[in-house]
Write a protein that binds this ligand. Sequence first.
Ligand code: NAD
Ligand code: FES
Length: 292
Amino acid sequence: MYKILEVKELTTNIFSMVVEAPRVAKSCLPGQFVIVRTNEDSERIPLTICDYDRNAGTITIVFQIVGAGTEFMSKLKAGDSFHDFVGPLGCASELVTDEVEVTSKKKILFVAGGVGTAPVYPQVKWLHEHNIDADVIVGSKTKDLLILEDEMKAVAGNLYVTTDDGSYGRSGMVTNTIQDLVNEGNKYDVCVAIGPMIMMKFVCKLTKELGIPTIVSLNPIMVDGTGMCGACRVTVGDKVKFACVDGPEFDGHLVNFDEAMKRQTIYKTAEGRAFLAAKEGDTHHGGCGNCK
Ligand code: NAD
Ligand code: FES
């Protein structure tokens, strides 16, 4: 069992939790995620790691209520426990696994959209701890929905907040601010965009035009988190990839976002899953290599 030490409602329907999970905290790196289950028979919920404290043996997760599983999670209090807390899963961000000298030479722009601010935070924090200051754009629909502003301010080189309705910071979507920063003369070697799929699609469209290589972090539906079920299948370039084991980060200019968004919708029903399994055949899931 994994004890919840602290619960905070960051804004409407978005919560953070500090969870005692020493083995995950010991080895996780920015970019990785966990899969949690509240009870033995609950839904498996993938969540990106927002922060970790190796000494305290804790992990901070951030989640939004999007269905029954996350609604149930939001009712948990400090002192309650998760039945499962599996991780760290997926590959760590390339920015933290590359040589620090290599990363430190890069001018990095992070683009965080809504709840996607949570997985951006540990990357920016890690860079800051290694004396690398990155520019960060955080976009939110309105001022009230903005999360982790103070935390991000403490670790970002420059923080640009933008709201779709102009209620706080700059006005408009994150893509407007990217364009403004470039127009103002900023040059970026790499952009990391994390947020809703539609945001990542349009950020990538723009950064492709601007010639800025872009990494995205995909969070499609995940079930097993081991490449076996096919839930998180995506096409990157001409290759089939599984976000849980090959990602979650990919070259955003190669991701087929339209297919990924369509597939997510189809995957939600049993009929849709059967359709995808038939259509995708042997490439439907990664498999363990022994199942044939
Ligand atoms: P949101 O809808 O409030 O969007 C956040 C920001 O993204 C907006 O403020 C805007 O600046 C930008 N954006 C949205 N649509 C855009 C477009 N068409 N063009 C340019 N910019 C655009 O975000 P939310 O409600 O917090 O998003 C929830 C979604 O984020 C869920 O679907 C969830 O699955 C996803 N999410 C993704 C990750 C990840 O790792 N990729 C992590 C957490 C949540
Ligand atoms: Fe099952 Fe990725 S979650 S293949």
